[in-house]
Design a protein around this ligand. Sequence first.
Ligand SMILES: [Zn+2]
Length: 100
Amino acid sequence: MWWYLSFVGEKGWRGGCYVYVETTDLGREGVFAATMKAHMLKINPGGTVAAVPKPPGAPDPEPHMQHRLLNHKDEGLNRADGTPLVGKPEHCECTACRGN
Ligand SMILES: [Zn+2]
């Protein structure tokens, strides 16, 4: 199951990522597995995580969007609630904004 993770730090949004985990649990187990996967892939920028499972019937994330830390410049990125992220968040400390 694909999950979208969105990370928010003290100063703003830090980025998001799509990760795939084997578990089909949509509760704590699924959130934990997805967060651990991001940690193992070193694409967890820290902060508070919001985790959203891919809605049934929704397409898989594009291959170039999978398993990497995304920033606000990535096309097709979603907010934590699943709606498309368009433009720069009001408070953003993603990798593009930090300049690395
Ligand atoms: Zn940014």
